[in-house]
Unconditional design. Structure first.
Length: 543
């Protein structure tokens, strides 16, 4: 799609959104992933075709999932799919019956053909049953029947066989057969609806770019479907329960403006459409690619859902399009979405609203002793739901905020745009993001990522200033009183005398440092980090 170039302000500074030549991929040697999912390096899922039938009663499905694989190595003899429970009626390879076994929650398909690197082949699985998780048949808050998928983090396996890990992204098509009164929404673009004489309707959706398996979802119920218009060539749709239509439109707030802002700030929207869907989900919002699901309980017409809308739309770029290839780098998804939601409010409502949101993120992080005691990158966490923590959300947002201060606004946003452009529709790890930002900053940033991502905590500054009248010098002593990691950060120091304000920047990185300033007169007030760029606690006094 084409984007209109425009100027806009972020935190009072003016930037121009412009094209930067994509960085050569060879500059970014991909960092090794470390979570314990049993990867299959010889295979790469390319496309899922999910054909599924649902009835007007009961919670059983009848389905067939076809997966197209690309071969990446010699001597690939097996495909292992995550699929623990539903009854398998048959498996085929290239249209011919295939042998399979099941163990440890995996469906193992024995390959009869011999493939070489570069070959494509397909495996199809026919199955039926009532999913234990991942696909839910419920009565909504109005008593109407609904069917919604809810996959995050690895629950897609309960209703379709898959490589259920974000490192193996693929295209997806849905062919959903449902009672004709249901509207069906899914990833990508609507290809076809076909009414049948048996009272059902087939709905075909197709997502033409790779997405993570946890984002491959559909929803089916009676919706009010509203076309909200387009931003940057992308149509925005509201899918709302009919009785919540008017409330829902208010609750989705400035969604079209949010979509336009991110398109201008980051780069082209990655998908064919954006649907905001009222649903039955266990989360307040779930960022399914092009197809965001929001909790029906949040709809009340107050508009308070708008912050969640901004967060989930930001995920379309960060998390959905650029996806962490290791679960323990989840901050690349949740930290980005949290910070970019705040950036929308900085743009739309001003710096004060933005600072208020960042201080709330700080408060939530600091009140969690467990988060403060652990690093953002924490491979000791094995329960994936425990990764939905205040390190990956709130501290992750502050990491981006502080990086913006370290490298400067222009280089920060140029770097973010290049990161998106380089890894769009693919996967990345923290080290990949670091290398992009280093190229734009023109200097190493390993120290920054080490202390803020791979080490726990934050600096606790105890600072005091002293004025010497004869020499007209102010001495500022800064101590870091936290245990463990010492943090190296630039700190703004502000001196005020009436209407006169002077700013200096110091770099603090030791247990104790002293800084001297030559001033015309004793300041009436001294402030350290007055604009709230550093995640910290601070005591500042005059001696």
């Amino acid at each position: 799609m084409k984007i209109k170039l425009r100027k806009f302000k972020v935190q009072g500074s003016r930037f121009k959104v412009f094209r930067v030549l994509p960085l050569l991929l060879c500059l970014f040697a991909h960092a090794a992933a470390r979570d314990d999912y049993p990867r299959q390096p010889g295979l790469d899922a390319q496309q899922y075709r999910i054909r599924l039938s649902i009835g007007d009663t009961g919670d059983e499905i009848s389905a067939e999932t076809e997966i197209v694989f690309a071969v990446r190595a010699d001597n690939v003899r097996e495909v292992a799919l995550d699929f623990p429970e539903l009854t398998v009626d048959g498996v085929s390879e290239q249209g011919h019956a295939a042998k399979f076994t099941r163990d440890g929650g995996r469906l193992r398909v024995v390959l009869e053909e011999t493939y070489k690197p570069g070959d494509l082949f397909n495996v199809s699985v026919r199955y039926h049953g009532a999913p234990a998780d991942g696909l839910f048949f419920k009565r909504n808050k109005f008593g109407d029947r609904t069917v919604f998928a809810d996959n995050w983090p690895d629950r897609a396996r309960h209703w379709f066989p898959s490589v259920d890990h974000p490192s193996d992204k693929a295209k997806v098509e849905f062919f959903i057969s449902a009672p004709a009164r249901y509207d069906v929404v899914a990833n990508g673009e609507l290809v076809e609806t076909a009414s049948r004489q048996d009272g059902t309707r087939l709905t075909h959706w197709r997502e033409s770019v790779p997405v993570p398996v946890y984002c491959m979802v559909f929803g089916a119920t009676e919706f009010a479907v509203v076309n909200a218009g387009a931003a940057g060539g992308t149509n925005l749709w509201h899918y709302l329960y009919p009785k919540d239509r008017d409330k829902g439109l208010r609750d989705h707030g400035r969604a079209l403006r949010i979509l336009d802002f991110y398109t201008s700030l980051v780069g082209p929207y990655p998908y064919e459409k954006l649907a905001l869907v009222e649903s039955s989900t266990r989360f307040g919002g779930m960022e399914n690619s092009s197809n965001i699901f929001f909790d029906e309980g949040a709809y009340d017409g107050s508009g308070h859902l708008e912050g969640t809308v901004a967060h989930e739309i930001a995920h379309q770029w960060f998390g959905d399009s650029v996806t962490e290839s290791d679960w323990h780098h989840l901050w690349l998804s949740e930290g980005f979405a949290t910070y970019f939601a705040a950036l929308f409010y900085e743009r739309a409502d001003g710096r004060d609203r933005f600072v208020q949101m960042m201080l709330e993120n700080k408060r939530r992080y600091m009140e969690s002793a467990d988060a403060v005691a652990r690093p953002v990158y924490d491979p000791q966490v094995k329960d994936l739901f425990k990764l939905l923590n205040r390190n990956n959300y709130q501290k992750g947002a502050w990491v981006l905020h502080m990086l913006r201060r370290v490298v400067g606004d222009e280089k920060f946003f140029e770097g973010v745009r290049d990161y998106y452009r380089t890894y769009r529709d693919g996967n990345a790890l923290t080290e990949d993001f670091r290398r992009v930002m280093e190229l734009h900053a023109g200097r190493p940033l390993d120290w920054f990522f080490r202390e803020w991502i791979y080490e726990p905590g934050f600096p606790a500054y105890d600072a005091a200033w002293h004025w010497d009248e004869p020499s007209k010098r102010l001495t500022l002593k800064v101590r870091q009183t936290q245990a463990g990691t010492l943090f190296r950060m630039p700190l703004d120091v502000e001196f005020k005398n009436g209407e006169d304000t002077r700013r200096e920047v110091v770099e603090d990185g030791a247990r104790e440092q002293t800084f001297d300033f030559k001033l015309k007169a004793k300041p009436q007030a001294v402030a350290l980090d007055p604009d709230e760029w550093v995640l910290k606690t601070l005591k500042l006094r005059e001696e």
